[in-house]
Design a protein around this ligand. Structure first.
Ligand SMILES: Cc1cc2nc3c(=O)[nH]c(=O)nc-3n(C[C@H](O)[C@H](O)[C@H](O)COP(=O)(O)OP(=O)(O)OC[C@H]3O[C@@H](n4cnc5c(N)ncnc54)[C@H](O)[C@@H]3O)c2cc1C
Length: 358
């Protein structure tokens, strides 16, 4: 295994920040993880997948492990479901395409999200009303302190909106080595939820109608999501970016009602889960927590398309901080602080980064 010293991480994070890691290694097997962790047991460890949700502010004074564990295997199946174990270094998008090609449903809305399977599991990715936890069956991880392999039920990982224990108290304490997904074989049973989803996400419905007819297949849904994302989000080819920089804030329903008087077209979503049948029922009480789109608030404040030096906000989406791939971490930090201050001052809302900042 090649262990590099004072190695630039510019190629390994989608903000393209040029910081150096004291030690850097790509690990391809669990045994390699164990060997290197034993050898460098006194070093501070940072686990890196595709670096698409990671912002580096300074050099890493320790060991960066880039996870490149590969492989996938069907571990069981029945009439309804197929269970696939996927190694954490696999490319998330390739896995989605593989599932959709085989007509296995459950992750098709999560196409076009950059990064690895391990990053997606740590981060609890979600898009268009679907989240990875809808299909996540179990997680295997190597505990860094004990070098023991452990298996987790997702319930033990306290999954929350764009977060899990792996992103919070277990950050850089476990290496996710693989995850098992339970995908549905009988895709017709999903037609109704697609229909509802299309209703909720108006743009997806229009996209689907533009090239297909109901009942939509999962291939159609995946295609529609790709087309929508190409129109609405910046890509890592064009810009340095981690996609949405901030989480959508949780506010009381009362606060939402106040905000919606000054911010036009402000929507809200149930706080815990994006369950479609809960929205717009008028059943929310003033104290109930709801989620509101941070992008809409930033857009209202004129952040879309705004640039200062090497850092800006996407023309397409006010929640996406972008760079010309030359920005330093501190420049991004300063810029996002301005965005946060503006939203705090004008709406009394704290925007929390979704991105992991080191
Ligand atoms: C253009 C763009 C669009 C995006 N759209 C979305 C979207 O729609 N929805 C969404 O949810 N996200 C989105 N993201 C964010 C990002 O793609 C996801 O969070 C992705 O899952 C991160 O994976 P990664 O491998 O790149 O993670 P990294 O950035 O490498 O790591 C993220 C965190 O997970 C930890 N981690 C990574 N791998 C492991 C592992 N094997 N074991 C333990 N911990 C690990 C890291 O230590 C870090 O704390 C977008 C990003 C971009 C650039």
């Amino acid at each position: 295994m090649d262990i590099k010293r004072y190695h630039s991480l510019k190629k390994y994070n989608t903000f393209c920040i040029d910081i150096k890691a004291k030690y850097f290694a790509k690990v391809k097997t669990i045994q390699q993880c164990i060997d290197i962790l034993e050898k460098y047991k006194n070093e501070k460890i940072l686990i890196l997948g595709g670096g698409s949700n990671t912002l580096f502010l300074k050099d890493w004074d320790g060991l960066v492990l880039k996870i490149e564990l590969k492989g996938k295997e069907i571990v069981k199946q029945d009439d309804q479901y197929v269970y696939i174990n996927v190694s954490s270094g696999e490319d998330w998008n390739k896995f989605v395409k593989y599932a959709v090609k085989n007509d296995w449903a459950g992750i098709e809305n999560l196409i076009f999200i950059p990064g690895t399977v391990g990053g997606a599991v740590a981060q609890n990715i979600g898009a268009y009303g679907q989240s990875i936890t809808d299909s996540l069956y179990s997680i295997e991880a190597l505990e860094i302190d004990t070098l023991q392999l452990k298996k987790f039920d997702p319930k033990e990982c306290d999954y929350r909106y764009r977060s899990s224990r792996f992103k919070r108290e277990w950050k850089n304490k476990y290496i996710i080595t693989s995850a098992t997904f339970r995908l549905r074989k009988n895709t017709e049973e999903f037609e109704l939820s697609y229909h509802e989803r299309s209703g909720r996400y108006g743009s997806l419905k229009e996209e689907l109608e533009s090239f297909s007819k109901e009942p939509y297949s999962i291939q159609d849904v995946m295609k529609a999501v790709v087309k929508q994302r190409q129109k609405r989000l910046p890509t890592v080819k064009e810009y340095g970016t981690c996609g949405s920089f901030f989480e959508n804030p949780l506010v009381t329903f009362k606060k939402y009602k106040e905000l919606s008087k000054v911010v036009s077209d402000l929507q809200f979503y149930p706080s815990e889960d994006l369950k479609y049948d809960l929205t717009d029922t008028g059943e929310f009480k003033d104290d109930d927590l709801v989620k509101i789109p941070a992008g809409r608030l930033l857009d209202e404040r004129g952040w879309k398309g705004k640039w200062e030096g090497n850092v800006g906000v996407s023309e397409k989406h006010a929640l996406c901080v972008v760079t010309n791939k030359k920005a330093r971490g501190e420049e991004i930090e300063k810029f996002i602080k301005k965005m946060q201050d503006d939203i705090k001052k004008n709406y009394d809302i704290e925007l929390k980064p979704e991105v992991n900042i080191f």
